[in-house]
Design a protein. Structure first.
Length: 113
């Protein structure tokens, strides 16, 4: 699943973004967020990325971020999340990586299947 996020992500619109993404994702498929046109990301955006990453991993798949640059990239670097998340230089690389990903499901989820 590929979702493009544009503009600014902060406390004023994070609930809308999280609801949209949550409704669109297929839990057993990797999620790629194209952040190439994202101009600002506050701490609320970081929290959503961490929650999405955890949810994807719990379901045996992954979150991939593509084309992160500018202010959002600086926030990810500054907080140390750049190294904790799967970040790719462009959408094509993110998609390719997501298709080759073999994330191990969280044990609790594996039992539910």
């Amino acid at each position: 699943m590929l979702i493009t996020v544009t503009g600014e992500v902060d406390a004023t619109n994070i609930a809308q973004l999280e609801t949209y993404v949550t409704k669109k994702i297929v839990l057993d498929e990797p999620l790629v967020l194209d952040l190439g046109k994202l101009t600002f990301m506050g701490s609320a955006g970081l929290h959503v990325l961490l929650r999405l990453n955890a949810t994807q991993r719990e379901h045996g798949t992954s979150l991939h971020l593509a084309a992160v640059s500018g202010a959002p990239a600086r926030v990810l670097y500054t907080t140390g999340l750049w190294d904790a998340l799967a970040i790719h230089p462009n959408v094509q690389r993110a998609i390719t990586s997501s298709l080759n990903d073999h994330t191990v499901p969280h044990p609790a989820h594996a039992r539910r299947r």
